[in-house]
Design a protein around this ligand. Structure first.
Ligand code: FAD
Length: 444
């Protein structure tokens, strides 16, 4: 069915022939008869990675194939969402090994972007927890791969943005949890220097991230709130929580019903938001025990919050810089302040080592994610930031990208040529392609 689709940033939008399926043979027929397509999950990447003239959407292909609740091994079809998985595994004392900041993504999407979470420095990316998976290649054949079986296909599929084939089945290892609650600490940092010190001090925590007020200057430059946490032990729960330590959180989400006018976001509103957000925590340090939803998925409580950015949409700019390149972080935050390009959402996180990464985004260092509404001058400004990222040895996350140039990708990913040749081997005629892969000259 032809319809206009966009991913989470609502930029760009395009008309696409969207194919849905529920069964393997149906999917193989669609793939064999399609001149070109890109696999699509729930469209929660921000840019154009799952956009093309023809998209094959997995969202109805969502069966659980097996769940070994003794050993925490889970196997499902690629369209199952993290939300659906949590409902089954949490009451049995298991959690996702790695989760991004939204639970409304599919397992296929988790692999396609090789997603990271607040625990990257401890547990790495999603791909590191996969036991094996099935993929339908461009010619319609079905193959199984794992770290030891067709390892080139496996590595290029984790973070490969759908270009090696359609993932149909994924078997992965879950993480054992003592309760479904999180024992968390929120610590206010007066500036960037303190924030970075806190990351160092609390690196033994499994989960960590920080929000930054990007428009502060002087002594308050880079002030923010760091959040760290662990799954709570039974003795940390209150009496009510102890009665059902593996309870699922109650669903309470509100929906943003329409696109906000684009004038509603400006330096003034970002400053006001940042002031209120920073000062909501009166104390320097707050400890609490909370359900896992507000800790892992704070934005999911506001469904369609992407509409706050107006009809033109927004882009998320996420980069990683090596640990020793703190100056690069400062440079980028200064440029944002100087241009008044403030962003509501500025998230800082420290990544751990990601050994032998072929095309996955993380490497050991600082990652910063910023949202910018699409407006005049933005893309030129982001080109300028690209140069700073490159100068300090960093790179951008393809899953958030809608505008980088091929030279930026090439400079940031030293194993790009190897990735391209694996894509060429399994997808020889570029039948599987997105507007992103064409723009980045991965499939042109
Ligand atoms: C609020 C929010 C917070 C986020 N936080 C994080 C975060 O903390 N960390 C992080 O890493 N990401 C984060 N993301 C990004 C998101 O996790 C990824 O973009 C994820 O890939 C989206 O999955 P999806 O199912 O929506 O897939 P889509 O967005 O539809 O597709 C994403 C990519 O996966 C490919 N793909 C999808 N399904 C398949 C399949 N079956 N076979 C092969 N390829 C496939 C697509 O071709 C595309 O390249 C966040 C996104 C949002 C909206």
């Amino acid at each position: 069915m032809k319809k206009v689709i966009a991913n989470w940033g609502n930029y760009p939008a395009m008309e696409s022939d969207e194919r849905l399926f529920s069964y393997d043979d149906q999917l193989q027929d669609i793939i064999r008869n399609s001149p070109h397509f890109i696999p699509r999950g729930n469209g929660r990447c921000y840019g154009d990675a799952s956009l093309a003239g023809e998209t094959i959407n997995t969202i109805k292909y969502d069966k659980i194939l097996s769940f070994d609740s003794e050993n925490g091994v889970f196997e499902c079809q690629s369209g199952l969402t993290l939300d659906q998985i949590l409902e089954v595994i949490v009451p049995k004392g298991w959690f996702l090994p790695v989760t991004p900041g939204t639970k409304f993504i599919t397992i296929g999407g988790a692999v396609g972007s090789d997603v990271h979470g607040k625990n990257h420095h401890v547990d790495g990316t999603f791909g590191q927890h996969i036991i094996d998976m099935d993929i339908i290649l461009a010619d319609g054949s079905l193959v199984t791969c794992s770290p030891s079986q067709l390892p080139d296909l496996f590595e290029a599929t984790c973070g490969g943005m759908g270009l090696t084939g359609m993932i149909t089945r994924v078997k992965f290892q879950l993480k054992k949890i003592p309760s479904s609650y999180i024992s968390q600490k929120q610590i206010k940092a007066a500036n960037l220097e303190e924030l970075i010190r806190l990351f160092e001090e609390y690196k033994h925590y499994t989960y960590s991230m920080a929000w930054i007020d990007c428009l502060q200057k002087g002594n308050s430059f880079g002030r923010g709130i760091m959040t760290i946490g662990e799954f709570a032990k039974p003795e940390e729960l209150n009496e009510k929580q102890r009665k059902a330590p593996l309870a699922l959180p109650k669903k309470k989400a509100i929906t943003i019903p329409f696109n906000f006018p684009s004038w509603s976001l400006n330096t003034f509103t970002v400053k006001a938001f940042n002031f209120l957000y920073y000062n909501k925590n009166v104390k320097k340090e707050i400890s609490s025990v909370t359900t896992y939803e507000p800790f892992f998925y704070p934005l999911d409580a506001l469904l369609h919050w992407n509409r706050c950015y107006g009809k033109k949409g927004f882009v998320q700019y996420q980069f990683v810089l090596p640990l020793e390149a703190k100056e690069g972080l400062i440079d980028i935050l200064r440029r944002i302040g100087a241009r008044g390009m403030g962003s509501f959402l500025v998230v800082l996180k420290v990544f751990g080592k990601q050994e032998n990464s072929l095309i996955s985004f993380p490497f050991e260092g600082y990652t910063l994610a910023l949202d910018f509404p699409v407006r005049k001058g933005l893309f030129e400004f982001l080109d300028e930031l690209d140069q700073v990222v490159l100068k300090y040895g960093g790179r951008l996350y393809m899953s958030k990208d809608a505008r980088m140039k091929p030279s930026m990708l090439e400079a940031g990913y030293p194993r790009l040529q190897e990735f391209k040749s694996i894509v060429q081997k399994y997808n020889p005629d570029g039948k599987i392609r997105s507007i992103q892969s064409d723009r980045l000259e991965l499939t042109k």
